[in-house]
Design a protein around this ligand. Structure first.
Ligand code: ZN
Length: 116
């Protein structure tokens, strides 16, 4: 996978983890109702910050915008030739480009990745 997309996917996972921890519902979902330790939260925040420094600030700003707008998935899979975020059919040149480049869906703006 394109390393740029990999960094964004990892960032998205950190955001989901940190959001889950903050949610009131979280202790019910976690294993045996255990809460995440302070130590884990600190580490996750630090690792997230480290990751953001590796991402182009323009791309990061775009990521934050989409995260705010949709609150959920920002980096989505291309399924055949469809966007996995908004389900529109993507132009075929985009489907080819997302294999090697960082591209976004022309409809929803989410980052696209492709899996063989
Ligand atoms: Zn889309």
């Amino acid at each position: 996978m394109n390393p740029k997309i990999e960094a964004l996917r990892s960032l998205e996972e950190f955001d989901h983890i940190l959001r889950d921890i903050e949610s009131d519902k979280y202790p019910d979902d976690s294993f045996k109702g255990l809460k995440a330790s302070e130590q884990f939260i600190k580490i996750a925040e630090k690792e997230r910050a480290k990751l953001t420094r590796k991402i182009d600030p323009k791309v990061l700003a775009q990521y934050e915008r989409i995260m705010k707008r949709y609150g959920g998935r920002v980096v989505v899979q291309v399924i055949k030739e469809f966007c996995g975020g908004c389900y529109i059919r993507l132009p075929s040149e985009l489907v080819v480009r997302c294999r090697t480049e960082l591209v976004t869906c022309p409809n929803c703006g989410r980052f696209l990745y492709w899996v063989k």
